[in-house]
Write a protein that binds this ligand. Structure first.
Ligand SMILES: [Zn+2]
Length: 159
């Protein structure tokens, strides 16, 4: 074990002790950051590997009167959501793709765009969801900062 790990371990266990003491004395509840209005919540999952533990976690929350229905969806979904906080980061959109390590196969993608996103922004993010990285060509759809729908070179489906 190296020193950094040992120190890290010590800090972690100290924090655990402090949390227990704090909880015992103050009996604090977690701060509520937001609330659902729907009585029945849908949980969506396309990953068979996580399902058994997800089912158990849902049961745990169900015991606290949080009713949830698990929907098993198929992989191959591109989700599009809006995120107003992107603007604070100086972004119009961002895309997360889940790529299978060995094959490079894209399993799913989630696109986040600002609520008033333009066609160009959305088309650019769909490009990322389809597996395209940025290009240096100014005015190309996949240019990082100044994309345009007037240059779509190299984006045709090959297979
Ligand atoms: Zn981009």
């Amino acid at each position: 074990m190296n020193t950094a790990l040992a120190i890290g371990g010590a800090i972690a266990s100290l924090a655990a002790v402090a949390a227990v003491v704090y909880g015992r004395i103050r009996r604090v509840k977690p701060k509520v950051m937001g609330a659902w209005t729907q009585k029945l919540l849908l949980i969506e999952c396309a990953e068979p590997s996580i399902l058994p533990n997800l089912v158990e976690a849902i049961k745990l929350w169900d015991s606290l009167q949080w009713s949830m229905v698990l929907i098993q969806t198929i992989p191959g979904v591109i989700q599009v959501k809006t995120d107003p906080t992107l603007e604070d980061l100086g972004l119009l959109g961002r895309t997360f793709t889940q790529v299978e390590k060995d094959t490079g196969r894209i399993l799913s993608a989630t696109i986040y765009v600002v609520p008033n996103a333009s066609v160009t922004t959305i088309a650019h993010e769909i490009g990322h969801a389809l597996g395209f990285d940025h290009t240096q060509i100014t005015g190309h759809l996949m240019h990082a900062t100044k994309p345009s729908i007037n240059d779509l070179r190299g984006l045709e489906r090959k297979t």
